[in-house]
Design a protein. Structure first.
Length: 420
């Protein structure tokens, strides 16, 4: 029977998406075949449940393949996956990015019962895997890892235990990576990491993220679009604010890791900002770049959240002028301080998440109203879909060339997408 190239399943964040592309290239170089690789996420209990569900489905569809589980859920709870009959090997987040791991697996290491679990202590990892990728599964937007890990300890978050300490990819490596992607026709690059604004803190001279952004735009002058995936607004540096104000190729779209709108809850989350800091940041950024649009992560139902505290979160949508909301119903993660706090009833958490999502949907519709009839530049990402600079989705009635920058005038919207 003909050997088959590995099947990849990626759950979770853009960093995982980047790493899957790196694994795709390393497994090809190692000659790995007839394997299924599941790159998991651990950000919520639901994410881990989905990973197990995906593993069972892929095992049914690939009965003879070697099934390998990696990613943050494998890193934080390796025994959970090793206990699954469907699973052959469990790999940690550092191991998955090492070429020798895959050459080792090629020679059968781990599939003979030895070393089924290969998960090192992620807190001891100091280097970023500077694996330069040639491309991405899609032809339009490439996610480029510039940072990994996190030194913060927000009380609800499991990520530092899956990703280890914060570490930066040197600017020269990032620029080379982006140069390579642009030479292959990519028109948009998204800088991604776990705690992006801590980029540079571990590099000589501790350059801020803003320096990296300006350096990329200076040295890769033919890159049409640079996007930043998600930032902690309280840690935005002056160079980044200046780039937001002056660099048209830096997309006017920031996704903010806000998490909540009440000061007492923000303190209990061990966040580094307060409500007014978030509002002030959005006002400053909007003054510098009037067409900027904000997305934000918000958690609903954090332990001890009162009606009044939740209301402060709900009102933050308007007070910051948020448009694209990612709402997370609170999910206790074993081993985090928030999991040991008095929990709210599930129905309260779900109702508050629904209310936040409704506020988000209304904000998005109001924004889309303002875009109808305006001439905008979009990057097509499918025959009938594209994204504006502010990350609004655009749906076309007719097929368009993929991976192309077009100028269009939307004629309407359906509440979530512009129509052109
Ligand atoms: S900054 Fe906080 S929420 Fe973000 S990854 Fe670090 S610990 Fe988690």
């Amino acid at each position: 029977m003909e050997a088959r190239t590995p099947v990849f399943a990626t759950l979770g964040c853009r960093l995982n998406a980047h790493e899957t592309e790196a694994m795709r290239e390393m497994t090809a170089a190692a000659g790995i075949t007839d394997a299924v690789i599941v790159n998991t996420c651990a950000v919520t209990g639901e994410a881990v449940r989905k990973a197990r569900q995906e593993i069972r489905r892929l095992r049914r569809e690939n009965p003879g393949a070697t099934l390998i589980v990696t990613g943050c859920a494998a890193q934080t709870e390796p025994d959970t996956f090793a206990a699954m009959a469907e699973v052959d090997v469990v790999l940690g987040n550092a191991e998955k990015m090492r070429p020798e791991t895959w050459t080792g697996l090629r020679t059968g290491l781990g599939t003979d019962g030895s070393e089924r679990i290969r998960v090192d202590d992620i807190q001891s990892v100091r280097e970023t895997a500077s694996h330069i990728i040639d491309g991405f599964g899609t032809r339009h937007r490439a996610y480029v890892q510039v940072q990994n890990g996190c030194d913060h300890r927000c009380t609800f978050c499991i990520i530092p235990f899956g990703r280890g300490p914060s570490r930066s990819v040197p600017a020269g490596v990032v620029v080379d990576q982006i140069r390579r992607l642009v030479d292959r026709g990519y028109l948009e690059v998204v800088l991604t990491g776990v705690d992006l604004t801590s980029w540079g803190a571990d590099l000589p001279g501790t350059p801020p993220l803003g320096d990296l952004v300006r350096r990329i735009l200076r040295l890769v002058s033919d890159l049409p679009r640079l996007r930043i995936s998600s930032i902690d607004s309280i840690e935005a540096d002056p160079a980044l604010m200046e780039a937001i104000a002056t660099e048209p190729r830096l997309m006017p779209h920031l996704h903010l890791s806000l998490q909540h709108g009440d000061d007492l809850i923000l303190k209990r989350m061990k966040r580094r900002h307060l409500r007014n800091d978030a509002i002030r940041f959005c006002q400053d950024a909007r003054r510098l770049r009037p067409d900027i649009v904000f997305g934000a992560d918000l958690i609903a139902g954090f332990p001890t959240e009162t009606d009044a505290a939740f209301d402060n979160s709900l009102r933050l949508v308007a007070d910051c002028g948020l448009t694209w909301l990612h709402v997370f119903p609170f999910s206790p993660r074993k081993g985090t301080p928030a999991a040991r706090m008095p929990q709210l009833p599930g129905d309260v958490i779900r109702a508050r998440a629904a209310a936040l999502r409704a506020a988000g949907a209304a904000a998005a519709a109001r924004y889309l109203d303002t875009q109808v009839g305006r001439t905008v530049e979009v990057l097509t990402e499918g025959p009938r879909t594209a994204r504006t600079a502010q990350f609004a989705e655009v749906h076309f009635h007719t097929d368009q060339p993929e991976g192309t920058l077009l100028t269009v005038t939307p004629t309407g919207h359906d509440g979530t997408r512009l129509i052109a």
